[in-house]
Each structure stands twice: as C-alpha cells, then as structure tokens.
Design a protein around this ligand. Sequence first.
Ligand SMILES: C[S@@+](CC[C@H](N)C(=O)[O-])C[C@H]1O[C@@H](n2cnc3c(N)ncnc32)[C@H](O)[C@@H]1O
Length: 305
Amino acid sequence: MTALRPANPERPPATDSVEGLSAQEFALFQRLVYVHTGISLGPHKQFMLRARLQHRLRALGLPTFTAYLRYLRCQGPDGEEMGRFINAVTTNVTEFFREPHHFRFLAERWLPAMRERAIREGRRSLRLWSAGCSTGEEPYSIAMVLQEALEAAAPAWDIRLLASDIDTDVLARASRGTYSLERVAWLPRARLVRFFLRGVGTDTGLVKVRPDLARMVTFRRINLVEEPWPISARFDVIFCRNVIIYFDRPSQERLLRRLLGMLQPDGLLFLGHSETLNGMFSGARLLENNIYQWGNHELHDPCRR
Ligand SMILES: C[S@@+](CC[C@H](N)C(=O)[O-])C[C@H]1O[C@@H](n2cnc3c(N)ncnc32)[C@H](O)[C@@H]1O
C-alpha cells in the first residue's frame, strides 16, 4: 500500500511562475469544461481553475494558458491531456457514510422491503449504481450496509453495485480501496474491524477495504453527460449525490431524466442534501431527505411505512 496524500488543489501555488489567467482564457476553459463534463464553472471559480491548471502547465512545460488551450485543442477530445484536464477540474469531496440518514434508510426501510419482495416475487437480485462515486467512500458505504443486512441470508442474494465517475484519478484510488486511518477513525469499531485491514510497516496509518467488500463494487469511467451510457441494467437504487450541484439547470434536468429512466419501477434515486427534483418529474415522489421513488406507486409501494 502506498500513502494517499494528494496535494491540496485549492491551495494557492507557492510560486507564480506562469502567467495569469485572463478573462478571455477563463471563458474558453469554462466552455471546454461545460462541453466535456456538464460542469458549469461560475465566475468565482477563476482563481480555483488557475490554481489547478497551473500544475498541468508546469508538467507540460507550457508558458501560458493560451498555449495550454492550444495543446488541448491539438490533442482533441479523446487525447490523454483532455482526461488530465477533466481530472484537474472536478471536485471530489466525499466521505464514508456521508449524509448518514441515507444509509439508515437503506438498512431500515429499503432492505426490509426488498426482503419482502423476495418472499412475494422470488426475486433476490439487487442492482445499485453510485454515479459520481469519487474516491469510493460512497459505494463502499453502500456495500457495507448490504453486507451487514444480507451476508448471512440463504440462499445468497445476487448483488451488483456499479460505481462510476468521470475522473480517472479518483477511480484509480477508489479501486485501490486504500484510505488514511483518519478517514475511517470515526466509524464504529465493529465496521472498522469487519470491513478494513489495517496497514503495517510502511503502510502504518492506512487502511484497505477487505477483499470481500471490494469484490462487491465494479468501478467504471462513465461520463454522465455522454450519451448513451454503456449500461444495460435497470437499477433498484441510484445514488447520484453532490454531482448535479455543479451543473446548470438544463444539464441537471437532462441528467435527472436519464437517471430516472435507468430505474426499475419503484426504484429509488438518492440526491445530495442541496439537490432536488423540485417537481420536475411527476412520476417521482419524494419519500424523505432527497430520496425519490420512481414509478407506479399506486399499485405497489415497497417503502411505505
Ligand atoms: C463532490 S463529488 C461527490 C461524491 C459522492 N457522490 C458524495 O456525495 O460524496 C462529485 C463527483 O462527481 C464527478 N463528476 C462530475 N461531473 C461528472 C460527469 N459529467 N460524469 C461523471 N462524474 C462526474 C466528479 O468527478 C466527482 O468525483
């Protein structure tokens, strides 16, 4: 295991060896970011963008942001640098069991409903998607809840948990499943012991998710604004939390419509605390805390109290 200590991308650079970012250059980057990621960078993000892209200019030995724009254009949309550019502009803040009420809901209301469904319909498969999973804390938290509830069940459940992001750096870290001890120190001891291995020697201060937990999650790069998504499954649950806050309203609506279209009837969409469907889609009903249920609720409501 290797230490995961990325430099803080928000921190101002120690030296100002590249020329500043002009309003015109910023506008061109804003457009590029929007077209390739759906992320809408407001004017207040100019300093942040400058700080983050300076690393790329230095790495490539380019003197100006205009030179970097030219470089990106020459490489084209599928070029390696476009991927690095996208990785540099995404915001990846996350944590284990972020918004804990969502995980309580899964454990206390949704999973019991799924057990009842299994008895009624004989269906013991679950399909879940963490869209915009960042460094993996969200899908691993979901996997922990599923294991706690269903591990001892017989016959076994067929569970598939897809976790995707646009950013290949965070996906690589998520796949490694290695975290600093501080990031998990606050978890209940039972979860720590059951789901993590503690690093020793050069890995002291790190933990790694246990292989049986890691095996439950499939990480893939999926750009949520690209069409179509390379997914054929329909999901019982989609987590897409703290992703659309970076999008403008038309991109939010488009993405939310597509996500709802990926749900099974009565499937659930979990959004972040400041995100809402806000009456956009009549087929989606708010259950609680930005959890929406999609489909024919009159006939069958697996999450009714
Ligand atoms: C703030 S993190 C949220 C992580 C996690 N869902 C949570 O709530 O803790 C937002 C994530 O969305 C990803 N993202 C942004 N635009 C995306 C896009 N167009 N397609 C896929 N992922 C995207 C970012 O790379 C980032 O990792």
